[in-house]
Design a protein around this ligand. Structure first.
Ligand SMILES: NC(=O)c1ccc[n+]([C@@H]2O[C@H](COP(=O)([O-])OP(=O)(O)OC[C@H]3O[C@@H](n4cnc5c(N)ncnc54)[C@H](O)[C@@H]3O)[C@@H](O)[C@H]2O)c1
Length: 97
């Protein structure tokens, strides 16, 4: 987690972390629990370019915390050799099916 993300996280009571990489997600969850205490966050294994997975992450958040107040889309890759994928992840995400 970058410093700017950390200061934002401090102002959010419950967090749902969504990442395509489960190892990074588990590590981020551990860091959050260490800093904010247990049961302050859950992890959703999510590819933001997949509509169903993206919707699933929202469902998990609503099931656990009733609603979603803030969405921070920080998913990103830097690789111009696969620029279409880069645009899909960094810019488009997946607002509709
Ligand atoms: N770090 C910087 O200095 C910097 C500067 C300007 C812009 N950015 C942009 O900010 C964003 C985040 O940067 P960062 O340095 O935190 O990157 P990072 O690599 O630390 O984090 C990006 C995360 O996105 C995840 N991810 C990749 N593809 C995904 C997908 N399809 N679905 C869900 N998760 C996915 C990765 O697993 C990773 O955990 C990127 O878009 C980056 O281009 C970063």
């Amino acid at each position: 987690m970058r410093r700017s993300s950390r200061s934002t996280l401090r102002s959010i009571q419950h967090k749902i972390l969504a990442d395509v990489n489960p190892e990074l997600g588990a590590k981020a969850l551990q860091e959050i629990e260490k800093e904010f205490g247990p049961n302050k966050a859950i992890f959703s294994h999510t590819d933001v370019t997949d509509y169903n997975q993206f919707e699933d992450a929202f469902k998990k958040a609503v099931e656990k915390y009733k609603n979603v107040d803030i969405l921070i889309n920080n998913a990103g890759i830097l690789n111009d050799a696969i620029w279409q994928k880069q645009i899909a992840i960094n810019v488009v995400t997946k607002p509709s099916s």
